[in-house]
Design a protein around this ligand. Structure first.
Ligand SMILES: [Fe+2]
Length: 311
């Protein structure tokens, strides 16, 4: 059973327990999430000016659209203000700044129709982030920058929370992916040949769960939750922010969702930074998840839009 909690009143610890149980949490816009979305909207507006960003795809050749995103996305990801806004947001949500670690935020785009179906705005097949070397206690924080529509949101498949799916995660090596595949996302416009972990058996995806909410809301879910991108037929490009969060004490205790079917190599933990001072996780904690990480490729620095885990 998966429950959806709207604006739950609970501590961060209780919230994490809900996520590890497969529940999904939805929060209404609040000052820190509004500020983050407004910051993103301002950068997006400027990048597409004088066009309306949600409809710019209808007046731009796809190559021009990709070029704008290839410039915009890394600037957003690396902007010092993006990190500052996440730190404020997590503290407003009651996360302990000494125990909470986060990754740089990704700016995602999902265009209407067949305009752009690969690479930089990759429409993602059903997946768990844990297939991509996320820890089982990863929290996915996901914010729509414009109001969502039922035809441009994301979908959850909670019937697979406790049910294994045959998948290609055992062939996924996170460091290899960092070294090679992601940097070339902008070169993939209509097809995407990058090997990604995907389901390797037919899935029962209906009924799927779509959560439709206003700009600045938060959809919070476990990285072990099976989710996918809805084919966008809304007539508008979807823009969203997401970032990954984990608690050091949960990581140290190996507390999190059950692992039903993830077997990737490596870990994303090298990329997380502490809310209080941007320090990396203690290496002894990371080593619990990977005792043999190579120096090269352990930390991914997105140079081009990092849409590996789109949605
Ligand atoms: Fe994902």
């Amino acid at each position: 059973m998966t429950a959806i909690y709207f604006d739950p009143v609970c501590s961060d610890e209780q919230r994490r327990a809900l996520l590890y149980n497969g529940d999904i949490l939805v929060y209404s816009p609040r000052p820190s999430t509004r500020a983050f979305c407004e910051f993103a909207r301002a950068m997006i507006r400027e990048a597409f000016a004088p066009l309306d960003p949600e409809r710019a795809q209808f007046s731009l050749p796809v190559e021009r659209f990709v070029a704008i995103l290839a410039d915009l996305k890394p600037r957003f990801i690396h902007h010092p203000q993006s990190k500052a806004l996440i730190r404020e947001l997590l503290q407003e949500f009651g996360c302990d700044p000494e125990d909470t670690y986060f990754d740089v935020p990704r700016l995602r785009t999902m265009t209407h129709g067949d305009y752009l179906r690969a690479g930089i705005a990759y429409a993602l097949h059903p997946h768990r982030d844990t297939w991509y070397a996320a820890p089982l206690c990863q929290q996915n924080w996901w914010l729509p920058i414009y109001d969502l529509d039922v035809t441009n949101c994301m979908a959850f498949h909670p019937q697979y929370w406790a049910q294994p799916v045959r998948n290609g995660s055992s062939r996924y090596n996170h460091y290899e992916w960092n070294r090679t595949a992601r940097g070339s996302a902008a070169q993939h416009i209509q097809t995407d040949a990058r090997e990604q972990p995907r389901p390797e058996e037919p899935l029962e995806l209906e009924p799927e769960l779509r959560i439709v909410c206003r700009a600045g809301s938060v959809i919070l879910f476990s990285g072990a939750q099976l989710h996918s991108t809805v084919a966008n037929t809304s007539g508008r490009t979807r823009f969203s922010i997401d970032f990954r969060v984990a608690s050091a004490s949960d990581l140290a205790a190996r507390y999190g969702a059950l692992n039903v079917d993830s077997a990737p190599q490596g870990t994303t933990l090298w990329e997380l930074r502490r809310v209080s001072d941007l320090a990396r996780l203690p290496e002894e904690i990371i080593r619990l998840y990977d005792s043999t990480a190579p120096e090269e490729g352990r930390e991914y620095v997105p140079s081009v839009a990092a849409d590996a885990l789109a949605t």
